[in-house]
Write a protein that binds this ligand. Structure first.
Ligand code: NDP
Length: 501
């Protein structure tokens, strides 16, 4: 599953269909990659299965050494990796560097914490089973299929890949058709530190290649992408009872309470909503600002957002919209909001200049407009005036999505955070949870289920294996046909003493 040189024709001499990944800033071809069909995907999964015993057999220490070596290699080749991410997504060098900093931090955490979180440990056997020793460990599933999006082509799939590998699985990764080179780079660098077997492989192509991975007999499928595709992936995996992890879209809210540091909230909203051109699953899309601070907040947000400029040059604040389809979604959300009485205090319909979209800040948008309810995935902030933080919580919880959220409040941050129906909350900052490797990342409702990162993220790629070992004969043993009625009476007496009062 290798990368071919730029300029390769769509169908090469070997009969392999190929496709081009393009630089969204210029439309130039970055590289051509094979379109892997169902047979090739099945072959990759079979090779991964053959490699699984080797990788699991290295144990936690052996795997940690290899994963540490991979991390160091990725850091050494960071400029090359950053340039590739920027070329395939158009994102600025600094946005790509930020993404990679998080990748290596998570890789280190997963490799180091795996033995503590997953290794066999004793469990208290309880008073009724005092004559048994109980223990538990979390074992690798085998081969994990990973399907990733284009917006964070390294960070989002590595949330699954790093944790699945640290847990002892092999991985077959299908990157987005817009960022295949990133997948090939990850698999290629990994093969430099683990040359013996194909422990991490990349298969490239379009949606059909992803669908083939769902049907190829992997032991778990970890999907990150839109909610619509997540539904299709889950339906496909149901046919083979393949378990799924779904990291889907969001419409994350930021709450500005009456007692917020308004300047900090404005800084957070502008960065959380606009960095990476707003193409962030857990980016800020909706803001609910309490009446008492609304005017000042909107003024500060507008001043900051107006100063930002998209572009493909090194001085630009953020890059282009990576896919032409996404530009149309943004265009339609902005147009619909303006037609329905919304006002643009920064930018407007004219901000959409493909492949770039300038900052847009909308106010007075009707509650049921697409810009307020559906994922826009662009540099667009919808700011809504609410009576107070309590109304903000109610509005934030009103959508089927539930990925992340942010709360700005001097005194009520944790209390408001606890009332939000979503997977992660930052208090007085934005997206902070994504940078804490020990915290699980994932959503509820239409944002999916299952977790990457943290202890939950390691266990996600394992199954629990429990053992209860009898150490000596018990005085009372109700689990045998020799027990007699007196044994049961005595056990019940004990149960009454232990639990009846
Ligand atoms: P898509 O859902 O369009 O695609 C995601 C992946 O699924 C791609 O690799 C795609 O391949 C593949 N795919 C497409 N069709 C199928 C199919 N039938 N079976 C299996 N795989 C398929 O998402 P985007 O790439 O557009 O990414 C943006 C979305 O991802 C946003 O909604 C965003 O919120 C979400 N996201 C969620 C995150 C989270 O952690 N919750 C993090 C980052 C993004 P191809 O590209 O080749 O068509």
């Amino acid at each position: 599953m290798t990368q071919t040189a730029p300029g390769t024709p769509p169908r090469a001499d070997d009969g392999q269909r190929r496709f081009a990944s393009l630089d969204p800033r210029t439309g130039e071809v970055v590289a051509h990659h094979p379109v892997h069909g169902a047979a090739e995907v099945r072959a990759a999964v079979a090779a991964g299965r053959a490699a699984a015993a080797f990788w699991a057999g290295l144990g936690f220490d052996g795997r940690r050494r290899r994963l540490d070596a991979w991390r160091r290699l990725l850091v050494r080749r960071l400029p090359e990796f950053q340039a590739l991410i920027s070329a395939e997504t158009g994102k600025s060098a600094d946005d790509a560097r930020t993404e990679l900093a998080l990748v290596v931090d998570h890789l280190r955490w997963a490799a180091r914490q795996a033995p503590r979180v997953l290794g066999r440990r004793r469990v208290r056997s309880g008073l009724l089973m005092y004559n048994h020793a109980a223990s538990l460990e979390y074992r690798p599933l085998g081969v994990v299929g990973v399907i990733g999006p284009w917006n964070y082509p390294a960070f989002t799939p590595m949330g699954s890949i790093a944790y699945a590998l640290a847990a002892g699985n092999t991985v077959v990764f299908k990157p987005s058709e817009h960022t295949p080179g990133v997948g090939v780079f990850l698999a290629g660098t990994f093969a430099e530190v683990v040359p013996e077997h194909p422990v991490l492989q990349a298969v490239t192509g379009f949606g059909e290649t992803g669908a083939a991975l769902c049907a190829a007999g992997v032991d778990k499928l970890a999907f990150t992408g839109s909610t619509a595709t997540g539904r299709a992936v889950m339906a496909a995996c149901a046919a083979t009872l393949t378990p799924v992890l779904l990291e889907c879209g969001g419409k994350d809210a930021l709450i500005v309470a009456e007692d917020a540091d308004v300047a900090a909230a404005a800084r957070g909203a502008v960065w959380g909503g606009l960095f990476n051109a707003g193409q962030t699953c857990a980016g800020v899309e909706r803001v609910y600002a309490a009446d008492a601070v609304y005017d000042e907040f909107v003024r500060l947000v507008a001043d900051k957002a107006r100063a930002l400029r998209p572009g493909g040059d090194p001085d630009a604040d953020f890059g282009p919209i990576t896919t032409p389809e996404q530009v149309e979604v943004i265009r339609s959300h902005v147009a619909d909001a303006l037609e329905r009485g919304g006002r643009a205090v920064v930018g407007g319909a004219e901000s959409v200049r493909p492949p770039y979209v300038g900052p847009v800040v909308l106010v007075d948008v009707p509650e049921d407009a697409a810009a307020a309810t559906e994922e826009t995935f662009g540099p667009v902030l919808v700011v809504t005036r609410v009576a107070d933080a309590d109304e903000a919580v109610r509005r934030a919880n009103a959508l089927p999505y539930g990925l992340g959220a942010a709360v700005f409040s001097r005194d009520r941050g944790e209390e408001l955070a606890a009332r939000l129906r979503c997977g992660m909350v930052s208090v007085n900052s934005v997206l902070a949870y994504a940078s804490v490797p020990g915290l699980p990342f994932g959503g509820v409702g239409d944002s999916g289920f299952g977790r990457v990162h943290g202890e939950d993220g390691l266990r996600e790629f394992t199954y629990a294996h429990a053992v209860a070992r009898k150490r000596f004969k018990a005085l009372l043993d109700p689990m045998t046909y020799e027990r007699g009625s007196r044994t049961i009476k005595r056990v019940l007496r004990l149960v009454r003493v232990l639990h009846g009062r």
